[in-house]
Design a protein around this ligand. Structure first.
Ligand code: FEO
Length: 168
């Protein structure tokens, strides 16, 4: 049976993952509204990844005899200044998520929950990739500095992203 402090922290994280999914879905729809279908696709894949993260936490909690409690998802932003602003906010959001995963790991360590520590390691590694991927796009956006042809090429490239459920 899972420790109640770890159980509560995982339930909070499930909510945070669903909020992230909702946040990226909102960004995807924003990009659709300004004619950037490739950027919209990239954000839609991001949405699917977040749902996958939430599902992993739910499956894990159920496996450990915990109880999944789904809480309300707070409202998300619906418009931005442009692609650069979206990706700046994406990076700062992912940095926040990294902090949440680290806090979760701290709780598992404090409660000597070795199974949860092992489970969380995947998320610790995943956050390194999440931040690196977003930083790369942000660097490219800064490089092209809003220039139309550059944005067009990036949009074509981001259209190719597909969601592949990670092997865990
Ligand atoms: Fe679930 Fe983007 O971290």
């Amino acid at each position: 049976m899972i420790n109640s402090k770890v159980e509560a922290a995982i339930n909070n994280q499930i909510n945070a993952e669903f909020w992230s999914a909702y946040f990226y879905l909102s960004m995807s729809n924003y990009f659709s509204s300004i004619g950037l279908a490739g950027f919209a696709n990239w954000m839609n894949v991001q949405f699917e990844e977040e749902v996958f993260h939430a599902r992993r936490f739910m499956t894990y909690l159920n496996e450990r005899g915990g109880r999944v409690i789904l809480k309300p998802i707070d409202e998300v932003q619906t418009s931005w200044e442009g692609p650069l602003n979206v990706f700046e906010e994406t990076l700062s959001h992912e940095e926040k998520v990294t902090g949440l995963i680290n806090e979760l790991m701290d709780i598992a360590i404090k409660e000597s929950d070795h199974a949860t520590k092992s489970f969380l390691q995947w998320f610790i590694d995943e956050q390194v990739e999440e931040e690196a991927g977003v930083s790369e796009i942000l660097d490219h956006l800064r490089l092209i500095n809003g220039e139309g042809q550059g944005l067009f090429l990036m949009d074509k490239e981001l259209k190719t992203r597909v969601f592949t459920p990670p092997v865990v």
